[in-house]
Design a binder for this molecule. Structure first.
Ligand code: FES
Ligand code: FES
Length: 164
């Protein structure tokens, strides 16, 4: 039963309605990971600086660690788990796999979500916008940026990924 400091929030995650009972200032990141068992959004800095926790909110990339749960009520969240198709990686994920873009991989899910949001816009973001956004919002401490950009170039070119 909810205690007096908690409320119940209804929102959509990866196309399905979910209900979470929690303090309203709980971050979306912790609600996803702890209450909904979706671990794809990573806990990095937890301060809005590294981008590891990025998900889409109504199609826009946001940092879920600094997004209070109450702000997502009745809205649509997509996590990296929502990009898979029939249990297989989605197109952009396959581009990243084909380029072996992950070193430790900690940053990659967030980067894929940001690129998904930018390429999903109308019109899609161009390469310069994508690079600038990644530079502003994401850290890759492994120095895998070269391979990450090659994977993004495949996506911009519409190259179908082959990895499964
Ligand atoms: S964990 Fe959210 S920006 Fe670093
Ligand atoms: S691949 Fe390790 S932080 Fe980017």
């Amino acid at each position: 039963m909810a205690n007096s400091a908690e409320r119940t929030w209804v929102f959509n995650v990866n196309g399905a309605a979910v209900t979470v009972t929690a303090a309203e200032d709980l971050s979306l990141l912790l609600a996803l990971r702890q209450d909904l068992d979706l671990k794809g959004a990573r806990v990095g800095c937890a301060q809005g600086n590294c981008g590891a926790c990025t998900v889409l909110l109504d199609g826009q990339p946001i940092q879920s660690c600094t997004t209070p749960l109450y702000t997502v009520a009745n809205r649509n969240v997509v996590t990296i788990e929502g990009l898979t198709r029939n249990g297989a990686p989605g197109a952009l994920q396959r581009n990243f796999l084909d380029e072996q873009a992950a070193q430790c991989g900690y940053c990659i899910n967030g980067i894929i979500m940001t690129v998904t949001g930018l390429l999903g816009r109308t019109p899609p973001a161009n390469r310069r916008e994508i690079v600038e956004t990644l530079d502003e919002r994401h850290l890759c401490r492994c120095g895998a940026q070269g391979r990450i950009l090659r994977a993004i170039d495949r996506a911009i070119a519409g190259t179908p990924g082959t990895a499964s």
